[in-house]
Design a protein around this ligand. Sequence first.
Ligand SMILES: [Zn+2]
Ligand SMILES: [Zn+2]
Length: 152
Amino acid sequence: MGQTGGCMCGSVRYELHSEPFDGGWCHCRTCQLNSGAPAMAFASVKNGDWVVTSGQSALRTIRSSSFGHRTFCGECGTPLHVKVDHQPDTVDFSIVTLDDPNAIAPEFHIFWSSKADWFPGLDLPKHARFRPDTRGLSGTEPPDDSSLVGGG
Ligand SMILES: [Zn+2]
Ligand SMILES: [Zn+2]
């Protein structure tokens, strides 16, 4: 069995039918706006090797640029993959949607010209979960344990 992944709400589950390659960060404005984050990390598989195993009916696809289509979960909004016209043989999926987000690491950056100046901020203080002095919380744990995947 190949590597598996899915969206935040669990409606969409998928499996890779080949090893992913070409892991990389994309800092384009479309990725920033689509994800609500400074950049997205993608890897590629051969077209047809990103296979939905459940939740096909929840998938939504939009044209996101003159050359790109983005597919996401219509229930929770998780961006899942991008297909671009100039690379019809591959699909680029969001690495962190794999059940093991460490399965492949990005090895390059594209659209560096629109990188947020403060990304990735590796010199900032780091907390495993919440900051100890988070407003409204007494500790570092979430207020309840009902979160889907461990965060807010
Ligand atoms: Zn979902
Ligand atoms: Zn991008």
